[in-house]
Design a protein. Structure first.
Length: 313
């Protein structure tokens, strides 16, 4: 369905009457790599280019917009877009700076400066994970969350969702390994919660035009958590396909976040969680080739062989 740009423009100007001098042109609408329409627009204003992120019908997107607003306020421009009106709680649209640069996913697809891209992403994610928050869980609706219980509950839920999608032996071994490692989670309850993105893969990073830094975008699912939640997703989605760049990522990352002595064991636990989630999601969305690829990743993690063996030692 065609978007009514005039209606979008009028809505933004009603919410942000201080855009000087009420000059605004919508340059384009953003779309996902698969062509899905986003309620996100590039704006030309007197003060330059801005991005307007809007609520989306049929989703709990008002809270997602709130979450992104709070996360960006907390991060305050640290390898993320800056808020244009920092103290304005978004009603229909959130205005953020437009980031000039290249999509990290595009650069990786084109095999352009891959080593530098992984280095910059590691640096950016490490800096973001260095920003503390007051609690585990939602950044908006503050409720007490015990991190270890949250992760164990997520794992149980995700494993229930894949019980009939993987063979019984793999299912049992996955649960057994997780239970053997879950004691490591108790220690994390006593470590500070930080901002985690929860969707850390290359499409959510922009590389500056001069390749001086990476910036992370789309914090709609951010929460207070522990860093390896994000690192596991990045390993599973990006480094599994390019394991030779693991150290480029980790060397930059650990300049900001020290890797503990149990780093790879703990990372294994989070990767099991991610694999289960990816398998269920891809099956539900009929993306069966990606589902089967995730099952392979899980098999290698559980069996300690192949690409995952090289990534986790």
């Amino acid at each position: 369905m065609d978007t009514d740009y005039r209606e979008v423009s009028d809505t933004i100007l009603r919410e942000y009457p201080n855009i000087r001098p009420k000059y605004l042109i919508i340059s384009k609408q953003f779309f996902s790599p698969t062509g899905r329409e986003y309620n996100t627009f590039l704006l030309q204003t007197t003060d330059g280019l801005l991005v307007a992120k809007g609520i989306t019908k049929h989703t709990n997107s008002v809270s997602k917009l709130d979450t992104e607003w709070v996360a960006l306020k907390i991060l305050n421009g640290k390898n993320v877009p800056k808020l244009i009106f920092k103290d304005h709680r978004p009603e229909q649209y959130l205005l953020i700076e437009f980031l000039e640069g290249f999509g990290a996913a595009d650069l990786l697809t084109e095999n352009t400066k891959i080593e530098i891209v992984f280095n910059l992403i590691g640096d950016a994610l490490g800096k973001i994970h260095g920003v503390p928050v007051n609690n585990f869980g939602s950044l908006v609706d503050i409720q007490p969350v015990i991190w270890s219980e949250y992760i164990k509950s997520k794992f149980s839920e995700r494993m229930s969702g894949i019980k009939n999608l993987v063979d019984k032996d793999l299912f049992k071994k996955t649960i057994s390994i997780f239970h053997n490692l879950e004691g490591l989670l108790e220690r994390e309850n006593h470590q500070p919660p930080v901002v985690i993105h929860r969707d850390a893969y290359s499409e959510n990073f922009i590389i500056a035009k001069d390749f001086s830094k990476a910036l992370m975008i789309d914090f709609a699912m951010a929460m207070g958590g522990r860093p390896l939640f994000d690192v596991a997703k990045f390993f599973t989605t990006e480094l599994f396909r390019r394991p030779q760049y693991r150290d480029d990522f980790l060397n930059s990352y650990q300049r900001h976040i020290p890797l503990g002595t149990d780093f790879f064991q703990e990372l294994t636990l989070y990767i099991l969680l991610e694999c289960a989630g990816f398998i269920a999601f891809n099956h539900a969305t009929n993306n069966f080739s990606s589902r089967d690829s995730c099952i392979t990743t899980l098999k290698e993690t559980v069996g300690n062989f192949g690409v995952m063996k090289s990534l986790l030692e």
